[in-house]
Design a protein around this ligand. Sequence first.
Ligand code: SF4
Ligand code: SF4
Length: 397
Amino acid sequence: MNAPLSCSSLTDLLVENVHALTTGSPSSGQRIQYATDPGGHPAIRVAAANVPMEYDLWEGLRNPAGVGLHPAGIREIWEFYAWRTASIRRDESGRETMFTVPLSYEEAALRFRRVLIVSVMLPFAEELLQEHNRFIREHARGASWQFSHLYEEVNDTLDRAILRTGMDLSSEQTVVVAMDRRAMDDISTQAIPLTRQGAVHGPEKEVQYPQKSVAVLTGLGQFGVSRFVFRDEMEGSGVRRLLGPIRSLVIFDETPLVEDGDGGILYPHRRWRKFLFSLADFTKTAEEINRCRFCSYIPLLDKGCGMCISACPPGALIRSTPCPKGEYREDLHEPKRFWRGQLQFDYELCRGDRKRMATLFPEWRCGRCITRCASGGRRRRRAVEEYEKQKKKLAVR
Ligand code: SF4
Ligand code: SF4
Protein backbone atom coordinates (compact mmCIF):
# COMPACT_ATOMS: atom_id res chain seq x y z
CA MET A 1 0.00 0.00 0.00
CA ASN A 2 1.76 3.18 -1.13
CA ALA A 3 -0.56 6.19 -1.04
CA PRO A 4 -1.79 7.19 2.43
CA LEU A 5 -5.28 5.97 3.19
CA SER A 6 -8.15 8.43 2.97
CA CYS A 7 -11.92 8.21 3.18
CA SER A 8 -12.19 8.60 -0.58
CA SER A 9 -9.58 5.93 -1.44
CA LEU A 10 -11.28 3.51 0.98
CA THR A 11 -14.69 4.31 -0.51
CA ASP A 12 -13.41 3.59 -4.04
CA LEU A 13 -12.01 0.25 -2.97
CA LEU A 14 -15.22 -0.76 -1.20
CA VAL A 15 -17.38 0.30 -4.15
CA GLU A 16 -15.18 -1.82 -6.41
CA ASN A 17 -15.54 -4.83 -4.13
CA VAL A 18 -19.31 -4.52 -3.79
CA HIS A 19 -19.58 -4.25 -7.57
CA ALA A 20 -17.40 -7.33 -8.03
CA LEU A 21 -19.52 -9.26 -5.56
CA THR A 22 -22.86 -8.42 -7.06
CA THR A 23 -22.09 -8.47 -10.77
CA GLY A 24 -22.40 -11.84 -12.39
CA SER A 25 -23.63 -13.51 -9.20
CA PRO A 26 -26.54 -15.94 -9.36
CA SER A 27 -28.75 -13.14 -8.05
CA SER A 28 -27.83 -10.78 -10.89
CA GLY A 29 -30.88 -9.99 -12.93
CA GLN A 30 -32.74 -9.54 -9.65
CA ARG A 31 -33.29 -6.09 -8.21
CA ILE A 32 -30.31 -4.45 -6.57
CA GLN A 33 -30.91 -4.62 -2.84
CA TYR A 34 -28.55 -1.87 -1.70
CA ALA A 35 -28.96 1.88 -2.24
CA THR A 36 -27.18 3.39 -5.20
CA ASP A 37 -25.77 6.78 -6.06
CA PRO A 38 -26.19 8.53 -9.42
CA GLY A 39 -24.44 6.39 -12.00
CA GLY A 40 -25.63 3.20 -10.31
CA HIS A 41 -22.69 2.87 -7.89
CA PRO A 42 -23.34 1.31 -4.48
CA ALA A 43 -24.03 4.11 -2.01
CA ILE A 44 -21.26 2.90 0.31
CA ARG A 45 -20.53 5.41 3.05
CA VAL A 46 -17.19 5.45 4.85
CA ALA A 47 -15.94 7.39 7.85
CA ALA A 48 -12.60 7.01 9.58
CA ALA A 49 -10.96 8.05 12.82
CA ASN A 50 -7.38 7.44 13.85
CA VAL A 51 -6.08 6.99 17.38
CA PRO A 52 -2.87 5.98 19.15
CA MET A 53 -2.54 2.35 20.27
CA GLU A 54 -3.22 3.23 23.91
CA TYR A 55 -6.46 5.10 23.13
CA ASP A 56 -9.44 3.85 25.12
CA LEU A 57 -12.29 3.46 22.65
CA TRP A 58 -14.85 2.87 25.42
CA GLU A 59 -13.91 5.46 28.02
CA GLY A 60 -17.04 6.50 29.92
CA LEU A 61 -19.18 3.94 28.08
CA ARG A 62 -18.70 0.76 30.12
CA ASN A 63 -22.26 0.40 31.20
CA PRO A 64 -24.40 -2.70 30.64
CA ALA A 65 -27.24 -0.43 29.56
CA GLY A 66 -24.94 1.06 26.90
CA VAL A 67 -22.13 -0.81 25.16
CA GLY A 68 -21.63 -3.36 27.95
CA LEU A 69 -19.18 -3.75 30.80
CA HIS A 70 -16.39 -5.40 28.81
CA PRO A 71 -16.32 -4.20 25.21
CA ALA A 72 -13.27 -5.20 23.16
CA GLY A 73 -10.71 -2.42 22.95
CA ILE A 74 -7.62 -2.04 20.80
CA ARG A 75 -5.61 -4.43 22.99
CA GLU A 76 -8.17 -7.23 22.61
CA ILE A 77 -8.46 -6.70 18.86
CA TRP A 78 -4.69 -6.80 18.52
CA GLU A 79 -4.42 -9.95 20.64
CA PHE A 80 -7.12 -11.62 18.55
CA TYR A 81 -5.07 -10.92 15.42
CA ALA A 82 -1.76 -11.82 17.03
CA TRP A 83 -2.95 -15.24 18.23
CA ARG A 84 -4.52 -16.04 14.87
CA THR A 85 -1.20 -15.35 13.15
CA ALA A 86 1.23 -16.57 15.80
CA SER A 87 3.93 -18.71 14.29
CA ILE A 88 5.48 -21.78 15.78
CA ARG A 89 9.09 -21.15 16.78
CA ARG A 90 11.71 -23.39 15.18
CA ASP A 91 15.13 -24.34 16.45
CA GLU A 92 18.39 -23.88 14.56
CA SER A 93 17.89 -27.19 12.72
CA GLY A 94 14.47 -26.04 11.50
CA ARG A 95 12.45 -28.36 13.76
CA GLU A 96 9.34 -27.05 15.44
CA THR A 97 9.73 -26.21 19.11
CA MET A 98 6.91 -26.28 21.67
CA PHE A 99 6.66 -22.47 21.59
CA THR A 100 3.99 -20.53 19.71
CA VAL A 101 4.57 -16.86 20.33
CA PRO A 102 2.35 -14.06 19.08
CA LEU A 103 3.61 -10.49 18.72
CA SER A 104 2.61 -8.90 22.02
CA TYR A 105 0.48 -5.80 22.32
CA GLU A 106 3.47 -3.98 23.90
CA GLU A 107 5.70 -4.83 20.91
CA ALA A 108 2.94 -3.81 18.50
CA ALA A 109 2.58 -0.48 20.34
CA LEU A 110 6.26 0.22 19.60
CA ARG A 111 5.86 -0.66 15.94
CA PHE A 112 2.56 0.96 14.92
CA ARG A 113 2.07 4.69 15.10
CA ARG A 114 -1.67 4.70 14.83
CA VAL A 115 -4.81 2.62 14.61
CA LEU A 116 -7.18 3.64 11.85
CA ILE A 117 -10.78 2.71 12.52
CA VAL A 118 -12.88 2.69 9.40
CA SER A 119 -16.63 2.41 9.67
CA VAL A 120 -18.62 1.39 6.61
CA MET A 121 -22.33 1.42 5.85
CA LEU A 122 -24.00 -0.26 2.89
CA PRO A 123 -27.49 1.27 2.98
CA PHE A 124 -30.61 -0.64 2.01
CA ALA A 125 -32.25 0.38 -1.28
CA GLU A 126 -34.71 3.15 -0.48
CA GLU A 127 -37.42 1.90 -2.81
CA LEU A 128 -37.32 -1.56 -1.20
CA LEU A 129 -37.73 0.02 2.21
CA GLN A 130 -40.70 1.96 0.80
CA GLU A 131 -42.22 -1.35 -0.25
CA HIS A 132 -41.69 -2.73 3.23
CA ASN A 133 -43.29 0.41 4.61
CA ARG A 134 -46.40 -0.33 2.52
CA PHE A 135 -46.43 -3.87 3.91
CA ILE A 136 -46.24 -2.48 7.47
CA ARG A 137 -49.17 -0.16 6.83
CA GLU A 138 -51.27 -3.05 5.61
CA HIS A 139 -50.23 -5.58 8.27
CA ALA A 140 -50.30 -4.64 11.92
CA ARG A 141 -48.46 -7.88 12.64
CA GLY A 142 -46.49 -10.31 10.56
CA ALA A 143 -43.22 -10.30 8.68
CA SER A 144 -42.33 -9.82 5.06
CA TRP A 145 -39.99 -12.34 3.46
CA GLN A 146 -38.99 -9.65 0.96
CA PHE A 147 -37.62 -7.52 3.81
CA SER A 148 -35.85 -10.55 5.26
CA HIS A 149 -34.26 -11.21 1.87
CA LEU A 150 -33.19 -7.57 1.57
CA TYR A 151 -31.71 -7.62 5.06
CA GLU A 152 -29.75 -10.84 4.60
CA GLU A 153 -28.50 -10.03 1.15
CA VAL A 154 -27.17 -6.57 2.01
CA ASN A 155 -25.60 -7.87 5.22
CA ASP A 156 -23.90 -10.74 3.40
CA THR A 157 -22.64 -8.45 0.65
CA LEU A 158 -21.14 -6.04 3.16
CA ASP A 159 -19.53 -8.86 5.15
CA ARG A 160 -17.83 -10.18 2.05
CA ALA A 161 -16.86 -6.72 0.80
CA ILE A 162 -15.25 -5.83 4.12
CA LEU A 163 -13.23 -9.06 4.09
CA ARG A 164 -12.04 -8.49 0.53
CA THR A 165 -11.13 -4.90 1.32
CA GLY A 166 -9.22 -6.08 4.38
CA MET A 167 -7.24 -8.48 2.19
CA ASP A 168 -6.55 -5.72 -0.34
CA LEU A 169 -5.20 -3.42 2.36
CA SER A 170 -3.02 -5.93 4.22
CA SER A 171 0.69 -5.39 3.61
CA GLU A 172 4.10 -5.69 5.26
CA GLN A 173 3.55 -2.37 6.99
CA THR A 174 -0.13 -2.76 7.74
CA VAL A 175 -2.16 -5.17 9.81
CA VAL A 176 -5.87 -5.21 9.06
CA VAL A 177 -8.62 -6.79 11.13
CA ALA A 178 -11.88 -6.84 9.16
CA MET A 179 -14.87 -6.80 11.47
CA ASP A 180 -17.43 -8.92 9.68
CA ARG A 181 -20.07 -10.75 11.72
CA ARG A 182 -17.87 -13.79 12.25
CA ALA A 183 -14.89 -11.77 13.48
CA MET A 184 -17.16 -9.94 15.93
CA ASP A 185 -18.40 -13.24 17.35
CA ASP A 186 -14.92 -14.75 17.42
CA ILE A 187 -13.43 -11.77 19.24
CA SER A 188 -16.06 -12.15 21.92
CA THR A 189 -15.43 -15.81 22.47
CA GLN A 190 -11.66 -15.86 21.92
CA ALA A 191 -10.24 -12.52 23.11
CA ILE A 192 -12.55 -11.89 26.07
CA PRO A 193 -12.35 -14.16 29.12
CA LEU A 194 -15.35 -16.38 29.70
CA THR A 195 -16.19 -14.60 32.95
CA ARG A 196 -16.62 -11.33 31.01
CA GLN A 197 -18.85 -12.68 28.28
CA GLY A 198 -22.61 -12.96 28.07
CA ALA A 199 -25.70 -10.85 28.33
CA VAL A 200 -25.08 -10.06 31.98
CA HIS A 201 -22.31 -7.68 30.93
CA GLY A 202 -24.45 -5.75 28.48
CA PRO A 203 -26.35 -5.99 25.25
CA GLU A 204 -25.65 -9.35 23.69
CA LYS A 205 -26.77 -8.38 20.21
CA GLU A 206 -23.45 -7.10 18.95
CA VAL A 207 -21.48 -9.02 21.52
CA GLN A 208 -18.25 -7.30 22.57
CA TYR A 209 -17.67 -5.11 19.54
CA PRO A 210 -20.47 -2.53 19.16
CA GLN A 211 -20.27 -1.58 15.48
CA LYS A 212 -22.98 1.06 15.85
CA SER A 213 -21.02 2.94 18.50
CA VAL A 214 -17.91 2.78 16.33
CA ALA A 215 -19.94 4.31 13.49
CA VAL A 216 -21.00 7.16 15.75
CA LEU A 217 -17.44 7.73 17.00
CA THR A 218 -16.06 7.99 13.47
CA GLY A 219 -18.81 10.40 12.43
CA LEU A 220 -20.52 8.01 10.00
CA GLY A 221 -23.97 8.47 11.54
CA GLN A 222 -25.96 9.19 14.66
CA PHE A 223 -28.12 7.21 17.03
CA GLY A 224 -31.86 7.75 16.71
CA VAL A 225 -34.05 7.59 19.78
CA SER A 226 -34.73 3.98 18.77
CA ARG A 227 -31.02 3.19 19.18
CA PHE A 228 -30.28 2.34 15.59
CA VAL A 229 -27.77 4.39 13.64
CA PHE A 230 -28.57 6.31 10.48
CA ARG A 231 -27.02 8.97 8.37
CA ASP A 232 -28.67 12.07 6.96
CA GLU A 233 -27.14 13.93 4.03
CA MET A 234 -28.19 17.02 2.17
CA GLU A 235 -29.43 16.26 -1.30
CA GLY A 236 -30.68 19.16 -3.38
CA SER A 237 -33.19 20.99 -1.26
CA GLY A 238 -33.98 17.90 0.83
CA VAL A 239 -32.30 15.37 3.09
CA ARG A 240 -31.41 11.82 2.08
CA ARG A 241 -31.62 9.29 4.91
CA LEU A 242 -29.32 6.27 4.66
CA LEU A 243 -29.77 3.25 6.80
CA GLY A 244 -28.23 -0.20 6.58
CA PRO A 245 -25.72 -2.65 8.01
CA ILE A 246 -22.46 -1.34 9.40
CA ARG A 247 -19.07 -3.06 9.54
CA SER A 248 -15.57 -1.82 10.17
CA LEU A 249 -11.89 -2.28 9.53
CA VAL A 250 -9.33 -1.85 12.27
CA ILE A 251 -6.02 -1.00 10.64
CA PHE A 252 -2.74 -0.95 12.56
CA ASP A 253 -0.29 1.05 10.51
CA GLU A 254 3.06 2.75 10.63
CA THR A 255 1.81 6.06 9.22
CA PRO A 256 1.86 8.99 11.67
CA LEU A 257 -1.34 10.02 13.40
CA VAL A 258 -3.48 12.56 11.54
CA GLU A 259 -5.00 15.31 13.66
CA ASP A 260 -5.81 17.96 11.06
CA GLY A 261 -8.58 16.05 9.29
CA ASP A 262 -6.36 15.18 6.31
CA GLY A 263 -8.01 12.60 4.01
CA GLY A 264 -11.28 13.05 5.89
CA ILE A 265 -9.83 11.20 8.92
CA LEU A 266 -10.99 12.37 12.35
CA TYR A 267 -9.23 12.38 15.67
CA PRO A 268 -11.82 11.65 18.38
CA HIS A 269 -10.82 14.26 20.94
CA ARG A 270 -12.44 14.28 24.35
CA ARG A 271 -14.63 17.23 23.34
CA TRP A 272 -15.97 15.27 20.35
CA ARG A 273 -16.82 12.33 22.61
CA LYS A 274 -18.59 14.63 25.04
CA PHE A 275 -20.68 16.03 22.22
CA LEU A 276 -21.56 12.51 21.01
CA PHE A 277 -22.59 11.43 24.52
CA SER A 278 -25.05 14.31 24.68
CA LEU A 279 -26.31 13.67 21.17
CA ALA A 280 -27.18 10.04 21.98
CA ASP A 281 -28.81 10.88 25.31
CA PHE A 282 -32.43 11.80 24.63
CA THR A 283 -32.96 12.93 28.21
CA LYS A 284 -30.92 15.96 27.10
CA THR A 285 -33.40 18.20 25.36
CA ALA A 286 -31.59 21.58 25.25
CA GLU A 287 -31.87 23.32 21.91
CA GLU A 288 -28.12 23.60 21.34
CA ILE A 289 -27.83 19.81 21.25
CA ASN A 290 -31.24 18.98 19.80
CA ARG A 291 -30.65 21.11 16.73
CA CYS A 292 -27.64 18.89 15.82
CA ARG A 293 -29.66 15.65 15.94
CA PHE A 294 -30.73 13.84 12.79
CA CYS A 295 -33.43 12.19 14.89
CA SER A 296 -36.31 14.62 15.26
CA TYR A 297 -38.02 12.88 18.18
CA ILE A 298 -37.78 15.96 20.40
CA PRO A 299 -39.75 18.89 18.96
CA LEU A 300 -37.77 21.87 17.76
CA LEU A 301 -39.70 24.30 15.59
CA ASP A 302 -41.79 21.32 14.43
CA LYS A 303 -43.90 18.92 16.45
CA GLY A 304 -41.31 16.16 16.67
CA CYS A 305 -41.36 12.66 15.21
CA GLY A 306 -41.83 9.27 16.96
CA MET A 307 -42.80 7.20 13.90
CA CYS A 308 -40.51 4.33 14.88
CA ILE A 309 -42.09 4.14 18.33
CA SER A 310 -45.62 3.90 17.01
CA ALA A 311 -44.56 1.21 14.50
CA CYS A 312 -43.15 -1.17 17.14
CA PRO A 313 -45.70 -4.00 17.61
CA PRO A 314 -44.56 -5.35 21.00
CA GLY A 315 -43.95 -1.86 22.45
CA ALA A 316 -40.22 -2.37 23.00
CA LEU A 317 -39.44 1.20 21.96
CA ILE A 318 -42.03 2.95 24.08
CA ARG A 319 -40.63 0.97 27.01
CA SER A 320 -37.07 2.08 26.23
CA THR A 321 -37.31 5.79 25.53
CA PRO A 322 -37.84 8.95 27.56
CA CYS A 323 -40.81 11.14 26.69
CA PRO A 324 -40.06 14.06 24.33
CA LYS A 325 -39.54 16.34 27.34
CA GLY A 326 -36.65 14.11 28.41
CA GLU A 327 -38.11 12.31 31.43
CA TYR A 328 -38.74 8.60 31.80
CA ARG A 329 -42.34 7.70 32.49
CA GLU A 330 -43.15 6.50 36.01
CA ASP A 331 -43.81 2.90 34.91
CA LEU A 332 -40.31 2.59 33.41
CA HIS A 333 -38.64 3.18 36.74
CA GLU A 334 -37.90 -0.46 37.37
CA PRO A 335 -34.55 -0.44 39.15
CA LYS A 336 -33.45 -3.64 37.40
CA ARG A 337 -33.45 -1.91 34.01
CA PHE A 338 -31.40 1.14 35.06
CA TRP A 339 -27.64 1.19 35.48
CA ARG A 340 -26.12 4.48 36.66
CA GLY A 341 -29.05 6.45 35.33
CA GLN A 342 -29.10 4.75 31.93
CA LEU A 343 -32.04 2.62 30.85
CA GLN A 344 -31.40 -0.78 29.31
CA PHE A 345 -33.14 -1.24 25.95
CA ASP A 346 -36.00 -3.71 26.28
CA TYR A 347 -34.37 -6.52 24.32
CA GLU A 348 -36.74 -9.11 25.67
CA LEU A 349 -39.74 -7.40 24.11
CA CYS A 350 -37.95 -6.59 20.87
CA ARG A 351 -36.29 -9.93 20.30
CA GLY A 352 -38.43 -12.36 22.23
CA ASP A 353 -41.30 -12.41 19.78
CA ARG A 354 -39.07 -12.50 16.75
CA LYS A 355 -36.96 -15.32 18.15
CA ARG A 356 -40.01 -17.40 18.93
CA MET A 357 -41.53 -16.84 15.49
CA ALA A 358 -38.20 -17.50 13.78
CA THR A 359 -38.23 -21.01 15.22
CA LEU A 360 -41.27 -21.59 13.01
CA PHE A 361 -40.42 -19.30 10.10
CA PRO A 362 -36.68 -18.73 9.61
CA GLU A 363 -37.36 -15.58 7.56
CA TRP A 364 -39.42 -13.93 10.31
CA ARG A 365 -37.81 -10.53 10.82
CA CYS A 366 -39.25 -7.28 12.12
CA GLY A 367 -37.34 -4.12 11.09
CA ARG A 368 -40.48 -1.96 11.31
CA CYS A 369 -38.70 0.76 13.28
CA ILE A 370 -35.89 1.22 10.78
CA THR A 371 -38.23 1.04 7.82
CA ARG A 372 -40.56 3.69 9.22
CA CYS A 373 -37.63 5.95 10.04
CA ALA A 374 -36.03 5.53 6.61
CA SER A 375 -39.30 5.96 4.72
CA GLY A 376 -41.13 8.64 6.62
CA GLY A 377 -39.14 9.74 9.68
CA ARG A 378 -39.09 13.53 9.92
CA ARG A 379 -35.82 15.06 8.68
CA ARG A 380 -34.16 18.36 9.48
CA ARG A 381 -31.87 19.91 6.95
CA ARG A 382 -30.45 22.25 9.54
CA ALA A 383 -29.39 19.31 11.75
CA VAL A 384 -27.13 18.02 8.97
CA GLU A 385 -25.43 21.41 8.69
CA GLU A 386 -25.09 21.87 12.45
CA TYR A 387 -23.69 18.37 12.98
CA GLU A 388 -21.11 18.76 10.20
CA LYS A 389 -20.06 22.09 11.69
CA GLN A 390 -19.54 20.49 15.11
CA LYS A 391 -17.57 17.65 13.58
CA LYS A 392 -15.12 20.05 11.98
CA LYS A 393 -14.81 22.00 15.21
CA LEU A 394 -14.52 19.14 17.69
CA ALA A 395 -12.90 16.22 15.86
CA VAL A 396 -10.17 18.07 13.99
CA ARG A 397 -7.38 20.03 15.60
S1 SF4 B 1 -37.24 -4.42 15.51
FE1 SF4 B 1 -39.49 -4.47 15.71
S2 SF4 B 1 -39.82 -5.10 17.84
FE2 SF4 B 1 -37.70 -4.43 17.72
S3 SF4 B 1 -37.71 -2.26 18.28
FE3 SF4 B 1 -37.91 -2.35 16.04
S4 SF4 B 1 -40.11 -2.32 15.64
FE4 SF4 B 1 -39.83 -2.86 17.79
S1 SF4 C 1 -38.58 7.55 13.16
FE1 SF4 C 1 -38.44 9.64 13.90
S2 SF4 C 1 -38.22 9.45 16.12
FE2 SF4 C 1 -37.75 7.44 15.26
S3 SF4 C 1 -35.52 7.44 15.02
FE3 SF4 C 1 -36.42 8.13 13.08
S4 SF4 C 1 -36.44 10.37 13.23
FE4 SF4 C 1 -36.15 9.55 15.30
